[in-house]
Ligand binder design. Structure first.
Ligand code: HXC
Length: 255
């Protein structure tokens, strides 16, 4: 059985982690299949947004502890264990994590690698690696801290406790909270809204927001201004503004 499933609906792609019995623990197969599928979807201009989801009980309960347990330092160092997940930080197509149930360790890190995090009212987030004698390894100590600040990031990383969805929303980790039975539909609807926008402009907006994590304010604003200017080189800027003036919906060519 494949570790992931990919479905398409118009310009939206849905990737579902598919190891429900292991609470979608992220083993090597999941990583390889998910990263390959997402990289392919990212290269396909007919895909305007990607939703990543899991099961109702677990988005993903972390890296696969059974697979990791016997590894030595040399194994994980030489294999650069889990570095492939870093490729998801370079996807240009907008991504949405639709999280129900557990998003722990690598699962929380995978959700944080997405651009928008929509959670069900059952979602639970945590970086419990410390309870296993390790620390986060797919960016959790960095992205969680940027998302929720030092106070909560330290609390979660040092105690290993889980955060419920209300706390996660208050802390700024989550964009929207929805009832669990509506999660998939809401995430797909948000994805469709984004996919109907101009793809290059959506990519530029994503790149500009992401730049804020990597640079100073003045450099970030300079980057934004240059990209803003370049939007005027697109057909979609002409269409978007013409549609507003003509009081109709824009039909973007995605170019
Ligand atoms: C492997 C896992 C797993 C995991 C759950 N399972 N999480 N297998 N790796 N991360 C398996 C269990 O072994 C069990 O299989 C089945 O899924 C159901 O889990 P239960 O524990 O029976 O369910 P429940 O009692 O409901 O508890 C749910 C849970 C608990 C609270 C989420 O499973 C849990 O604490 N899981 C580990 C969470 C964690 O520590 N994640 C961080 C991993 S480290 P069997 O076959 O026994 O029925 C990490 C590092 C990232 O992510 C960085 C690496 C570089």
């Amino acid at each position: 059985m494949a570790s992931i499933m990919v479905e398409r609906s118009g310009r939206v792609a849905l990737l579902t982690l598919n190891r429900p019995k292991a609470l979608n623990a992220l083993n090597l197969a999941v990583m390889q299949e998910a990263v390959a599928a997402l990289t392919d979807l990212d290269r396909d201009p007919s895909v305007g947004a990607i939703v990543i989801t899991g099961s109702e009980k677990a988005f993903a309960a972390g890296a696969d502890i059974k697979e990791m347990a016997p590894k030595t330092f040399a194994d994980v160092f030489l294999e650069d264990w889990f570095a492939a997940w870093d490729q998801l930080a370079h996807l240009r197509t907008p991504t949405i994590a639709a999280v129900s149930g557990y998003a722990l360790g690598g699962g929380c890190e995978l959700a944080m690698l997405c651009d928008i995090l929509i959670a069900s009212d059952t979602a639970k987030f945590g970086q419990p690696e410390i309870k296993l004698g390790v620390i986060p390894g797919i960016g959790g100590s960095q992205r969680l801290t940027r998302a929720v600040g030092k106070a909560k990031a330290m609390d979660l990383c040092l105690t290993g406790r889980f955060m419920d969805v209300d706390e996660a929303e208050r802390a700024g980790l989550v964009s929207r909270v929805v009832p669990v039975d509506q999660l998939r539909d809401v995430a797909l609807e948000v994805a469709k809204t984004i996919a109907d926008m101009s793809l290059p402009i959506a990519m530029m907006a994503k790149e500009a927001v992401n730049r804020s994590f990597e640079t100073t304010l003045s450099e970030g604003v300079r980057f934004e201004r240059r990209v803003f200017h370049s939007t005027f080189a697109t057909d979609d800027q002409k269409e978007g503004m013409a549609a507003f003036i003509e009081k109709r919906k824009p039909v973007f060519s995605h170019r």
